[in-house]
Design a protein around this ligand. Structure first.
Ligand SMILES: NC(=O)c1ccc[n+]([C@@H]2O[C@H](COP(=O)([O-])OP(=O)(O)OC[C@H]3O[C@@H](n4cnc5c(N)ncnc54)[C@H](OP(=O)(O)O)[C@@H]3O)[C@@H](O)[C@H]2O)c1
Length: 255
């Protein structure tokens, strides 16, 4: 991959993927809202020999996203498009529900924000008959969890979007990799007040995503046992699955 764009590149998994792919001959375009953090990630990528571009953008701003993406793509066509930016919400430590504003934010960033990255670039990728789209969903896409309904809905929507696109785009030379991570260390997971089984580092997940991309894989579920556990739950009758899923109760701190 020579020209990559990543949303949510200022920290966590997005920054880890940027650093992983950074190398001489590679240009990495970084999108996030925190200019200082983006500049630090860019410096690390440049130290590894990559060329970088940065844009301080909210992925919910479809107009600004489209303008920036098309300008970058005119200068150097993208061959890897990574929708990673995400936010979380859920039951609060006092038992309060996530609420309408948090729910709208989560859907806006995690689902509509991903579409705001992919949709403007799709006609370009199809015209070139090359490239790959990577969508970072979550194992929460596989089975609704009681304490984060909007987050699960956003990730189920993103997973379905990618699974729909893949068979269509493959006929025209464009790959899609849907990614479902379990827990990994980041600012996001620090907010979860919960057991976080099989927790990985962001670097490990980034390396697994990069391997899936290099092999042209359609899906990357990491760790697999976490994903398959939740996928199997979805096959059970609702009363049994609902009882089982209550084992995954958690809350999300505001900090
Ligand atoms: N951590 C986990 O355990 C876990 C598990 C499964 C899936 N995931 C998913 O993996 C992805 C990365 O998560 P992470 O844990 O690395 O999270 P993180 O450390 O909280 O980083 C989130 C990134 O998204 C960016 N972002 C948030 N809102 C944005 C907006 N409106 N516009 C542009 N950028 C925005 C943030 O940048 P700015 O603040 O600079 O805008 C930041 O770079 C997310 O999609 C998340 O849902 C995480």
């Amino acid at each position: 991959m020579k020209s990559i764009v990543i949303t949510g590149a200022s920290r966590g998994l997005g920054a880890a993927m940027a650093r992983h792919w950074a190398a001489p001959g590679v240009t990495v375009a970084l999108i996030g809202r925190d200019a200082v953090a983006l500049a630090a990630v860019a410096a690390a990528c440049e130290a590894a020999g990559a060329t970088t571009r940065q844009a301080v953008l909210d992925v919910r701003d479809a107009t600004a996203m489209s303008a920036q993406l098309l300008a970058w793509d005119n200068a150097l066509p993208f061959d890897l498009v990574v929708a990673n930016a995400g936010v979380t919400a859920g039951t609060r430590p006092d038992g309060g529900l996530e609420g309408p504003e948090a729910a709208a934010l989560v859907i806006g960033v995690n689902l509509q924000g991903a579409l705001n990255l992919v949709e403007p670039l799709l006609p370009r990728l199809l015209a070139r008959g090359a490239g790959r789209v990577v969508l970072v969903a979550s194992v929460a896409a596989f089975r609704g969890l009681p304490d984060s309904p909007a987050y699960c809905a956003s990730k189920a929507g993103l997973w379905a979007y990618g699974e729909s696109l893949r068979p269509l785009l493959a006929l025209r030379g464009v790959g899609v990799t849907t990614v479902a991570p379990g827990f990994f260390h980041s600012a996001m997971s620090e907010k979860f007040i919960a057991n976080q089984p099989f927790k990985l580092t962001a670097e490990t997940v980034a390396a697994r995503v990069a391997r899936a991309v290099a092999k042209g894989r359609g899906r990357c579920i990491v760790p697999r046992r976490m994903g398959y556990m939740l996928r199997l739950l979805e096959l059970l009758p609702a009363p049994i699955a609902d009882r089982a899923v209550r084992l995954f109760r958690f809350s999300v701190s505001d900090g």
